[in-house]
Design a protein around this ligand. Structure first.
Ligand code: ADP
Ligand code: MG
Length: 251
């Protein structure tokens, strides 16, 4: 089954419910992400933010509800691999770069191993790939670190490298879970700039608790609580909502 989505809609969740041992982690969640939209998801621990990403990537199956991607593709009927191949890239909280490889080689591996298929033994570098790697290096602020081992990067730089590795796989949607946890203030500010740049030609859904970071993202904000949308709009609008204050910000 496919579904006709509005032209500007990239990701569509409607009435998504999922329970773990009788506990409703998502409770009729409805959410839309537009093409090239940057959207921040906030909300208390246990609100279902990570579970929502698990649903989109096919890691967890909803008990009920609809999940559609670009062109009306029903994600609830796709495997995790198929969903990755559709161009949905996910960045987990903990960076998973290859520490013993250089920054450049990490990006080259990501470019040549589209979504985890290990074909790198047959890889020969070519000018177009090298140009793309240089472009990504500049974007993720690692141009001067290209020959350094990933192990020698700061925590924040490892996060940027991993974002670069996702970009090497040419995703259309990036899901980013708590990217600035553990970063310095300067790295946090730089990450908001980076995500805004990426969102110029990608859709990005970012879960984050750091409110000054969310403010810097300057985008539409959705607050989840108890598995459903509590409020949505500008950060000012959402953070003035009495329910958001009671159940999240005021805690
Ligand atoms: N695989 C799972 N098995 C059992 N319970 C889970 C699982 N994933 C999430 N949960 C529960 O669902 C709720 C929502 O979790 P989560 O989506 O991680 O929240 P958030 O990311 O907003 O902090 C939590 O109570 C969590 O314990
Ligand atoms: Mg989480």
């Amino acid at each position: 089954m496919s579904k006709v989505l509005p032209e500007d809609c990239l990701l569509y969740l409607d009435g998504v419910t999922v329970s773990f041992d009788g506990f409703r982690a998502l409770n009729s969640l409805s959410l839309v992400l537009k093409r090239d939209e940057l959207q921040a998801i906030i909300g208390p621990n246990g609100a279902g933010k990570t579970t929502m990403m698990d649903i989109v990537t096919g890691k967890t199956r909803p008990d009920s509800g609809e999940v559609y991607f670009e062109g009306g593709i029903d994600l609830t009927r796709k495997s995790e691999t198929e969903i990755a191949n559709l161009g949905i890239g996910r960045k987990f909280q903990k960076p998973t770069v290859f520490e013993s490889q250089t920054v450049w080689d990490n990006l080259e591996l990501a470019l040549k191993n589209p979504r985890g298929v290990f074909a790198s033994w047959f890889y020969r570098s070519n000018p177009a790939d090298e140009a793309r790697i240089r472009e990504i290096l500049d974007l993720v602020r690692l141009g001067s670190r290209r020959n350094d081992l990933a192990a020698d990067l700061s925590h924040g730089q490892k996060q940027w490298l991993e974002i670069g590795m996702l970009l090497a796989q040419a995703p259309r949607l990036l899901l980013v879970d708590e990217p600035v946890a553990g970063m310095t203030d300067a790295e946090t500010i730089e990450t908001s700039r980076l995500l805004k740049e990426i969102a110029q030609d990608h859709s990005v859904l970012v879960v984050e608790h750091d409110m000054s970071f969310v403010r810097d993202l300057d985008c539409r904000v959705t607050c989840l609580a108890e598995g459903a949308v509590l409020a949505q709009g500008s950060l000012d609008h959402v953070s003035a909502d009495p329910l958001v204050i009671e159940r999240y910000l005021g805690r």
